[in-house]
Write a protein that binds this ligand. Structure first.
Ligand SMILES: *[C@@H]1O[C@H](CO)[C@@H](O)[C@H](O)[C@H]1NC(C)=O
Length: 310
């Protein structure tokens, strides 16, 4: 099933996630199942939305992330029981941040009839998130639509060892109010984690096997004495440590994107199709263990995965 889905990479890339029993009852739109897909539509010859719905149902994939608000896509997914994660294009953010009425009518036109988890890109985040939340609340959709933002690992500093990680000083001024708002409305912190990029930043000191979930000695966090056998777990715990240091010890974390480059520059010799496959295969095996991370062993991780990145 996974292999079948992987052949659609580029058209539809894989997204994995672990089902967690710790989902707060209020977030009724929380992900179900163990993995889902990212449905990228920037390619030629992509299958029609109806065809995609058919493929997903055949593969028993319940969660889908889309990157635009194409109504033909929303229509095709409507009533299918599939759950959608939608990114709000940056162009809309300023307007929604400054104008609560526009946010309200946009929510009405685009998402009222769908169960969505809305992921906002960087920009006029807090204002837009607040206005959209207000709009969903007035339509009594706030328990059905979850609003959050996704962040790259670059928002962090001192991520080695994981327990030492913090948000970058210059990020704090805008992360703090955003995190405060998300913790009020019960939204998770979403992380885009690419062990490939971390490996490329220091290939002399990082074992590629550690980055690819292959057998390796791993690392021990000198402060917590916790052992890590793969880089993704270490990155997740680093993010937990940063959230804790910022005062958000209880915030849930979801991996919205992860993956491995299948092609790269000449100096990126680990960017191969084979390694990308190994990463995805081992990631799936890791998720199938239904384990948390060393720092949060009981919190099952939810992760969406882009299978090939470039
Ligand atoms: C934690 O980070 C700080 C700040 O960069 C650094 O000075 C310190 O050595 C780090 N601690 C460990 C155990 O590496």
């Amino acid at each position: 099933m996974i292999y079948k889905a992987m052949r659609f990479c580029g058209l539809v890339s894989l997204l994995f996630m672990l089902f967690t029993s710790q989902i707060a009852p209020l977030t009724v739109n929380a992900f179900t199942g163990t993995y889902g897909i990212n449905y990228g539509r920037i390619a030629d010859n992509i299958p029609s939305p109806e065809k995609v719905v058919q493929l997903l149902r055949g593969a028993k994939i319940r969660n889908v992330r889309i990157f635009d608000f194409d109504h033909s896509v929303l229509q095709a997914f409507s009533g299918t029981g599939l759950e959608l994660v939608v990114g709000l294009p940056n162009g809309y953010l300023k307007d929604m941040s400054e104008n609560a009425d526009h946010a309200a009518s946009w929510v009405k036109d685009n998402i009222q009839q769908f169960y969505l988890r809305l992921v906002l890109p960087l920009g006029y985040l807090l204002g837009a998130a607040k206005n959209i939340h207000k709009a969903t609340k007035s339509l009594h959709l706030d328990h059905k639509i979850q609003i959050t933002t996704s962040h790259h690992f670059g928002v962090f500093d001192n991520s080695y060892p994981p327990s030492n990680c913090t948000f970058r000083d210059e990020m704090m001024q805008y992360m703090k109010p955003l995190l405060e708002f998300f913790s009020q409305i019960g939204s998770p912190f979403c992380l885009n984690a690419y062990p490939f990029l971390t490996y490329m930043s220091d290939p002399k000191h990082i074992d590629v096997k550690y980055a690819l979930f292959e057998k390796n000695a791993g690392i021990v966090d000198s402060q917590t004495k916790l052992h890590y056998d793969n880089l993704l777990d270490a990155q997740i715990d680093a993010a937990y440590a940063a959230l804790r240091a910022a005062g958000f010890k209880k915030m849930e974390l979801i991996i919205t994107e992860t993956g491995w480059a299948s092609h790269g520059d000449p100096n990126e010799d680990v960017a191969t199709i084979e390694n990308a496959r190994t990463y995805n295969y081992n990631l799936r095996k890791r998720l199938a263990l239904r384990k948390g991370t060393p720092m949060r062993p009981k919190i099952m991780l939810k992760s969406l995965c882009v299978c090939n990145v470039q």
